[in-house]
Each structure stands twice: as C-alpha cells, then as structure tokens.
Write a protein that binds this ligand. Structure first.
Ligand SMILES: [Zn+2]
Length: 327
C-alpha cells in the first residue's frame, strides 16, 4: 500500500458552512488531514504537473466553463468588492442554459448547493490534490494498491457543478484517465451523486454506491434505489445502519462490480459512516472498516482508495488506517 499527500492541499480551508438552515463552523477542515497523517505513517509527495497539463487531463471529465469558474472565481469575487469565501446564492432551476457574466450568476449555474465555498487557496489545493491522485493512480496502474489523501472531497462534484464540499471528482477522474475497465465503489455516508452523473452510461466503468437513504439524507435528489440501472447500482440504507446490514450491502455491491471483471477498483472512502460522525447517522465502529475492506480486497484487483468524507476528526485517522490495513 502506497500513500500520497501534498501539503499544498491545506490551502483550502473553509471557515463556515450553511447547514440545516444556519451557519456552522465548516466540517471539512484541514485538521482532518493531520488525523489521517498521524495514523497512516509514511506518505510520498507526488510529482508536480503544470497547470496546463492538469487542465488538459481534466478536459474529458469536467466542463471547460466550469473549470474556468473554479480557476477565476476568487479573483472575480474580490473584484466585485466581496470579503470572505465565495458562495453562490441563486440557482437557475429556471432557464439553466442562459449565459451571464455576473459572478453570482456564474456560481449558481455551476453549483447545486451552498456547501462548496471557494477561497484564495482553493484552486491551488485542487491542482495539488490532482497531483496526489495521479501519483496514486500511477501506482495502481503498476499493480499496487494505493491511497490518495485527497482533500477536499470529490464525489459530489459533477461534470459541470460543485457542491457538498466537492469541486473535482477524484473517483471519476481516476476511472476515466485509467483507460481500464474500472469499478468505482462509493462507501461514503452520502450518495456519490457527482460520480454517478459523470460515469452513468460510460462504457467500461461501473459505479456502485452504499449510502444513507436520500429520502432522509443529503443529497436528496440522487441515490434512490430506483435510480439504479445500466452501469449504476444504488444501495441506500436507513439511518442507524451497523456492520451486519452494511456488510450485506457491500457483499452485493462487490459481487455486482466483480461481475464486470474490473482491471482497477477505485474506492471513494468516506469515514462519515462512523458511529460518532457529527453530520451522519450510521453506526460503524473503527474495527468494522478493516473487515469491510477485506471484502473489497478479496476482489483481487489493484485498488485505488480516495478519501471523501469523515468529520469525526480525532477518530478519522484510525478509521482510515483500519480500512487501509486490509490492503
Ligand atoms: Zn459524506
């Protein structure tokens, strides 16, 4: 198991977020990384690519106008005389394709919620995260298991939208750039809506997600069981789910993914399924992650593990280390 992390990813440091109708301290804080680093030990620093190289690699996954917005939004926000983090406040459910120049109009067009603030360091942190992902992907393509300490998370980011702390969809990027038959397994508490939107219908990529029932939990509009079909399998579970029911769903997902004879497995791993997670409602324990990971490892395919959520900061490192221990 090789682990990759780039310190430049710390530059993304949101202060507050809008949650359940009120402003709260942000959950995706850089301290999450310290917890993971202290638990997993040695990490490798990924080689750096130029911005132009990285933009070219993103082109098959994310829309050009969306990437341009991510790159320039903070400068435009400052030019408009704004302080603090960049946040959208109006969303074009009416006439979405209309093209407007004002920063707030552009933000709303490329976001589905207010949970992806952009600050001065966000774009640089995203590019560094992409370097981290690419190094881990290279290791996986060479036949090893690898962990990319990606932060911010990625699985809520769609082809042309941000949301849910996510901007670039690490799992979809890895699957598409791999050029292999890829199985994406999303084990975050929340449905990987962005990943599903990017890979649905793509040849050679299968996507299975185990997550909280969207009838009760974010992101609400995706991830329902009846949305399964083709290369997508959604397995929603009720609040309170513990090891046995989770393992049973994982067994089903692993068998379904294995039927596609994947050459690479990509795990969107979120430890917000942990019993003490402050924003979630499953009841997995630290030791459970090792047992669940064994089921994934038993597919016998080089596996790339990506960090998504997990907001019980002190326990996060132990939960990640537990999951990685099976590889
Ligand atoms: Zn999550």
């Amino acid at each position: 198991m090789r682990c990759f992390w780039d310190e430049r990813q710390r530059a993304h440091a949101p202060q507050t977020e809008f949650f359940n109708g009120a402003l709260h301290p942000a959950a995706d804080v850089p301290e999450r990384v310290d917890s993971v680093l202290s638990a997993i030990g040695k990490v490798e620093i990924p080689p750096r690519h130029s911005e132009a190289e990285l933009m070219a690699l993103l082109r098959p996954v994310h829309d050009a106008n969306y990437l341009d917005l991510l790159r320039t939004a903070h400068d435009e926000w400052r030019s408009a005389g704004r302080e603090g983090d960049v946040l959208p406040y109006a969303f074009p459910v009416h006439r979405r394709p209309r093209s407007l120049a004002r920063i707030d109009a552009r933000l709303g067009q490329h976001a589905y919620d207010t949970c992806a603030p952009i600050m001065v360091g966000t774009w640089g942190a995203l590019l560094a995260g992409l370097d981290t992902l690419l190094a881990a992907l290279d290791a996986t393509l060479a036949g090893e298991h690898a962990f990319a300490l990606t932060r911010p998370p990625g699985h809520h980011a769609g082809p042309d939208y941000m949301g849910g702390y996510s901007y670039l969809n690490w799992a979809a990027i890895a699957a598409i750039l791999s050029g292999k038959r890829a199985a994406i397994l999303d084990l975050d508490y929340h449905h990987g809506n962005g990943t599903e939107d990017i890979v649905r219908g793509r040849d050679g990529i299968a996507f299975a997600s185990i997550h909280a029932d969207p009838a009760t939990d974010y992101p609400f509009y995706w991830g329902h069981a009846e949305d399964s079909g083709g290369n997508v399998l959604n397995l929603p579970l009720p609040r309170g789910t513990g090891f046995e029911a989770y393992d049973s769903a994982l067994s089903r997902a692993a068998e379904w993914l294995g039927d596609g004879s994947p050459e690479i497995v990509i795990v969107s791993f979120g430890a917000d399924t942990f019993v003490d997670d402050p924003i979630s409602h499953f009841s997995l324990q630290t030791a459970d992650y090792a047992r669940l990971a064994e089921r994934v490892a038993s597919l016998g395919v080089p596996t790339l593990i990506i960090l998504e959520g997990g907001y019980a900061v002190e326990a996060l490192g132990g939960n990640v280390a537990s999951f990685l221990s099976a590889f």
